[in-house]
Design a protein around this ligand. Structure first.
Ligand code: GLC
Length: 532
């Protein structure tokens, strides 16, 4: 229970941190990160001040999609360790006040999951109905025009039965049939399995896609005003995504979550373009997801006007009680230090300042806190199936998945010297944790100060958001009763007027301690928090 009496304050006011386990810390010198590696870095995460970590999948996977093709939902992949290691992690993190979220992948399994192996054995198989099967279209060929997110038809012919199965992603990732009550019950058990082990909750993979049109209707053709992905696919994803019935499943899990005390969290990968659609995933504010990732924000440029509009609209559209989630990077998009900041550390600091002071829970991606840029990936390095397929038009997601540079040392402190890492390490001399630990003005030091300020402040943790008017290229807002955030997101100096308070955090540390009564002169790409 927080100072405000709000039982959700620990995660509303807290900062979460996404770990991509394969690339976080390797304890056994095989070039692949693992659970004992994460445990060995908990002190670092505690000092960073995070309230929770989300682990990208650590469950059993043949790694067609690097963990997002699950072959056993209730066991740990040997690459990462054992269930006992996971239990140790949950306990050791808990002792440091850090909650653990796992990644739940309910839209599809691996084709090597025993359910699919059985389902494929024939039309009368026990688990046949766990997947989406259909006869060919009357003229032959796939049952309809649905296209996989990863390219090509979303249907694969099963030669033995003559029926097609659906895969919205890789062929090796068959979609589950969420119209089946058996599938729903199986997932109730999976969710309980982890909650009973003390896991705090889940990030739910593509939760807006789980259920498909029961009649498998053709998607309409894409039009010029559709987003680029849909134009490339040639169709709008109307019937194989964003179906209203997905909400029933989320409500079912929320009801299950609420049977646990303290409450367990459900944070959705709500990859939708419209904020009004995102808002629907919160239900009435307390009966669906606790939080949904805001993709319009992730996909926005680092531009004051564009971002402010998204934040204001989100604030307006979410139901009372619903809590926003803010992110700049994840394992699927270029890191914020590259995509938003082009490697410029002033821009990185502005982005971090925003993420850490908006109303809502920030999810930092590993490396954001040190301003880590995308790793160098050549065609011969590519392991992401999507990158292999679309190179050089799209180079895939490996650049944002390269190993965490812990130190300026061979192996980057990620693994032992001389061990080849699963993806290239990049150049740990350019950016690493140890060097920044020793530097009081580093991005890491700034991130720590920002998290500490946020955690210790009721205004920044849970206070309401209100925009202030400010010159073009800048963004100013109030949090709660006493805190103002101002960011100059332009290449020119800017004066922001009608301010009052003392700067308690500045992207430029020299600003800290300045008492402002009236106007604050802000250098290009700088930001500050003022308290009074
Ligand atoms: C989500 C994951 C992504 C994965 C896809 C299919 O978008 O974040 O990494 O490839 O789902 O599971």
């Amino acid at each position: 229970m927080g100072q405000t009496g709000d039982p959700d304050r620990w995660w509303h006011g807290g900062v979460f941190y996404q770990i991509y386990p394969r690339s976080f810390a390797d304890s056994n010198g095989d070039g692949v990160g693992d659970l004992p590696g994460i445990i060995s870095r908990l002190d670092y995460l505690e000092r960073l001040g995070v309230a929770g970590i989300w682990l990208s999948p650590v469950t059993v996977s043949p790694n067609r999609d690097w963990g997002y093709d699950v072959a056993d939902y209730c066991d740990i992949d040997p690459d990462y360790g054992t269930l006992a290691d996971l239990d140790t992690l949950v306990r050791a993190a808990g002792r440091r006040g850090i909650a653990v979220l796992l990644d739940l992948v309910p839209n599809h399994t691996s084709d090597q999951h025993p359910w699919f192996v059985d389902a494929r054995s024939g039309p009368t198989a026990t688990y046949r109905d766990y997947y989406v099967w259909s006869d060919p279209s009357p003229g032959g060929g796939p049952p309809n025009n649905w296209v996989s997110i990863f390219g090509g038809s979303a249907w694969e012919l099963d030669g033995a039965s003559g029926q097609y199965f659906l895969h919205n992603f890789e062929t090796q990732q068959p979609d589950l049939n969420w119209w089946s009550e058996d599938v729903r019950e199986s997932f109730d058990d999976i969710v309980r399995f982890w909650w009973d082990r003390g896991v705090a909750g889940f990030r739910i993979d593509v939760c807006n896609m789980m259920i498909k049109d029961a009649e498998l209707r053709d998607n309409p053709p894409a039009t010029a005003d559709d987003p680029i992905e849909q134009r490339l696919m040639g169709v709008k994803s109307v019937y194989n995504s964003d179906r209203p019935e997905a909400h029933d499943i989320l409500m079912r899990w929320r009801a299950l979550a609420d049977t646990y005390a303290p409450g367990r969290l459900l944070i959705g990968e709500t990859n939708v373009e419209q904020l009004s659609v995102l808002a629907q995933f919160y239900g009435s504010g307390n009966d669906e997801l606790h939080g949904g990732f805001n993709f319009p924000f992730i996909n926005a440029p680092l531009d004051a006007g564009a971002m402010r509009t998204i934040v204001e609209r989100t604030e307006t559209l979410l139901a009372p009680g619903a809590w926003p989630i803010w992110t700049g990077s994840n394992h699927d998009v270029s890191r914020l230090a590259t995509r938003w900041a082009g490697g410029d550390l002033s821009r990185v600091r502005c982005a971090l300042l925003l993420l850490l002071t908006l109303r809502g829970t920030p999810f930092l991606y590993q490396g954001d806190e040190i301003g880590l840029t995308d790793g160098p990936i050549e065609q011969t390095d590519v392991l992401d199936a999507v990158g292999i397929r679309f190179w050089p038009h799209y180079k895939g997601r490996d650049p944002e998945r390269t190993p965490m540079p812990w130190a300026n040392a061979p192996g980057g402190g990620f693994t032992e010297p001389g061990v080849p890492t699963w993806l290239p390490m990049g150049d740990p001399t350019a950016c690493n944790v140890a060097d920044q630990e020793a530097e009081p003005d580093s991005v890491l030091a700034f991130t720590r100060r920002a998290i500490a300020l946020r955690t210790g402040s009721d205004d920044l943790s849970v206070g309401p958001y209100r925009s202030l008017s400010s010159p073009e290229g800048t963004w100013a807002f109030v949090r709660g009763g006493h805190t103002t955030v101002v960011v100059n997101m332009s290449d020119a100096p800017q004066a922001i007027s009608a301010l009052r308070g003392t700067v308690t955090l500045g992207t430029d540390r020299a600003l800290e301690g300045t008492a402002v009564e009236g106007t604050l002169e802000m250098p290009p790409w700088s930001g500050a928090v003022l308290e009074r």
